[in-house]
Design a protein around this ligand. Structure first.
Ligand SMILES: [Zn+2]
Length: 529
């Protein structure tokens, strides 16, 4: 098979959150791949930014006597019981008005997030943090938030990390087990269109508004400290625990609205807008898209796949749905079930190869050179990142190497083992010929690789080869047992590399230290195929 074909096959592996322009370079890479990011960020908002939303009201949303009833609707019936254990998880009630002006290519999302947060530590918490991710370089949008009211009192806030983190010194420490109730008004301004070569996470592309993580999100507590670190370019940005979301979006009725979770209520407001309410079940983020998209649905073993595609890409709808259906079946068998009612696949032209969010993935390549690979990669992330959480900044291999390896599982399921072998050979050929240092370990944080290209080659491609090596080391049956145990132990939760290794070692009753050192922690020469 020609080198070019091998490379094209391997494009799959770098589908996620990398510029398509970079993907194309793989076919004929220049000596030094570069990515230009225009610095068009507005100055960070100040901590004194005061915002008075016109709607919705700050009034406390009325709480249902059975507050988890709507959440259960987002789950397939056999997984309804998965919601109950999250009664102490963070709960978001988000009310937002979305204005999308295609003439000026500008969108404004204005709303209030009511957040109920319970201190699950054994120590009191003196401060509390929400992340304003639209201010991050990868989003290139502008978000202001505040004043924040907690338990009826306005609490001063300071901004950190170039406006992406907002920290509040609590007026009273939050005792272990206690819950704070915060109202956070916010406004996000999004400018489009996305320019070729300068992809953004949050933008307007071909008249579709992409709006991931548009609300103030509570970061993770790691060793008692809020994780507020800046995200380096190229990798994923957020790291958050599973929470329950109820999101009320009021949008122009003329556009289609796709969102994480399940639509549980819709109201025509009589003024050209509709309000749709979404519930999610336990998920770690929420994203939506708004635009002239057309919906095609397909049910696969109890999961409703919803393809939202621009009319000019309608020819790719069937391909996208077929690939997603096969991948849902493949990963259900390999790991365990997708427990949510729906999975949305959204046409997001040129938004990288694709980007994953819980229950919703953006696919950037419809109408282009590769449709199947980004789809199966991003669907793979519903298991690795969505269900089994990991630190996407510090341990990106846990979801990116895994999602790339799910492409191999897809090839094997769809076309037989030989196709999987061919794809793995393609990955190996690229690692050997394109990596500046193929000896690098796959387990470094995003920011410790020399550049995005090296990050992609090592974490995605070499990382998938590590999964294949682990499969050979354990043997296919024990490897399957390992994947199912890893899913069972960590679904809705968070896994660290040591959890991954411990589960593998428990499966084989063997010591894998030297294998993990060679591939994950220390690195070394790529062993022969
Ligand atoms: Zn990915």
């Amino acid at each position: 098979m020609s080198r070019r074909t091998l490379v094209v096959l391997a494009l799959a592996a770098i589908a996620c959150n990398l510029p398509q322009q970079l993907l194309r370079l793989w076919i004929s890479p220049p000596a030094t791949p570069t990515r230009t990011v225009a610095n068009t960020l507005p100055p960070p908002p100040t901590s004194t930014a005061v915002h008075t939303p016109t709607s919705p009201p700050l009034a406390t949303p009325s709480l249902d006597p059975n507050p988890l009833a709507a959440q259960v609707m987002a789950m397939r019936p056999e997984f309804a019981g998965d919601v109950g254990p999250f009664s102490s998880a963070t709960r978001y009630f988000i009310y937002a008005d979305v204005a999308l002006d295609l003439e000026s290519q500008r969108a404004v999302i204005e709303g209030v997030a009511r957040i109920q947060f319970t201190n699950l530590l054994e120590e009191p918490l003196d401060d509390w943090v929400v992340m304003l991710w639209p201010n991050n370089e990868q989003y290139q949008s502008q978000m202001i938030a505040g004043p924040i009211v907690i338990d009826g009192q306005t609490v001063p806030a300071v901004l950190e990390q170039a406006g992406t983190a907002m920290r509040l010194q609590l007026l009273r420490p939050l005792a272990p087990g206690a819950t704070l109730d915060a109202s956070v008004p916010f406004t996000v301004t999004v400018e489009g269109p996305m320019r070729p070569g300068n992809p953004k996470r949050m933008t307007i592309t071909d008249d579709v508004l992409l709006a991931p993580t548009f609300y103030p999100v509570v970061p993770r507590l790691v060793d008692g400290e809020w994780q507020v670190m800046a995200a380096p370019p190229g990798g994923d940005t957020t790291s958050s625990d599973a929470a329950l979301y109820e999101v009320h979006l009021t949008v122009p009725a003329e556009f289609a609205l796709a969102a994480s979770g399940m639509e549980v209520e819709r109201t025509e407001n009589g003024d050209g807008t509709v309000t749709a309410v979404y519930a999610t079940g336990p998920v770690r983020d929420f994203a939506f898209a708004l635009g002239p998209l057309e919906l095609t649905e397909r049910n696969v073993d109890g999961v409703l796949l919803r393809a939202w595609v621009l009319p000019q890409h309608a020819d790719d709808t069937a391909t996208m749905l077929a690939a997603a259906a096969t991948q849902v079946r493949t990963l259900t068998q390999a790991l365990g079930p997708y427990p949510y009612t729906e999975l949305d696949l959204v046409d997001a032209p040129d938004a990288y190869g694709g980007i994953e969010y819980p229950g919703l993935v953006f696919i950037g390549t419809l109408g282009g050179f590769s449709v199947v690979e980004p789809v199966v990669h991003e669907v793979g992330h519903q298991w690795f990142y969505g269900l089994i959480g990991n630190d996407q900044l510090l341990d990106p291999w846990l979801d990116e190497a895994a999602a790339t390896f799910t492409e191999i599982l897809y090839y094997e399921a769809a076309f037989g083992p030989q196709r999987g072998t061919t794809a793995l050979e393609g990955l190996r050929a690229i690692v050997e010929s394109q990596a500046e240092d193929p000896d690098l370990p796959v387990g470094l944080p995003v920011g410790e690789y020399e550049n995005e290209f090296e990050y992609a080659v090592i974490v995605y491609l070499k990382g998938a080869l590590f999964f294949e090596t682990l499969r050979r080391e354990l043997g296919p049956e024990a490897f399957e047992e390992f994947l199912r145990a890893y899913y069972q132990d960590h679904r809705y939760g968070f896994a660290m590399p040591e959890d991954f290794q411990a589960t593998a070692e428990a499966t084989c009753s063997c010591d894998l230290d030297s294998l993990f050192d060679l591939w994950v922690y220390e690195g070394g020469p790529l062993p022969g195929p």
